[in-house]
Design a protein around this ligand. Structure first.
Ligand SMILES: [Fe+2]
Length: 135
């Protein structure tokens, strides 16, 4: 029997143990939600979006300007520990490396992810969080 893995728990654990910033955790959740909304009723592998979602911005803790590349280093660490996801490396990497405005995704996964990174900023949970800081 094949065990169903809780991919979200695996990705979230990696994020929490690597950085765990609460605001970024909310952002990651909103990106994943936007991706899965776009990919609903498709055969696109959701694991790509979930793992890219949790890892794509982790590099910001070291180097904001080049964070998409640093995040790819974290992806490599993640795949060394969680080798069952190695077959998804190309797609996850496309999402992470090309998620910024200047990025040019090579796969449909990457195109969806790039849009989702921006759509996430309009997520009601994110807006409520941001508004909680305004007077
Ligand atoms: Fe992001």
């Amino acid at each position: 029997m094949v065990m169903v893995q809780d991919v979200n728990a695996i990705g979230k654990d990696f994020f929490m143990s690597t950085w765990g910033d609460p605001a970024l955790a909310l952002h990651c959740r909103c990106v994943i939600e936007a991706c899965l909304g776009m990919a609903k009723e498709t055969d696109l592998n959701q694991d790509v979006f979930i793992l890219a979602g949790w890892i794509h911005d982790v590099g910001r803790k070291d180097d904001v300007a080049n964070h998409e590349q640093v995040s790819c280093d974290y992806l490599e660490n993640f795949l060394n520990i969680n080798s069952q996801f190695r077959p998804l490396e190309r797609e996850i990497k496309d999402c992470i490396l090309h998620h910024r405005s200047s990025g040019k995704p090579e796969t449909l996964f990457g195109q969806i992810f790039k849009a989702a990174d921006k759509v996430a900023l309009r997520n009601s949970k994110w807006l409520a969080y941001k508004n909680s800081f305004s007077t």
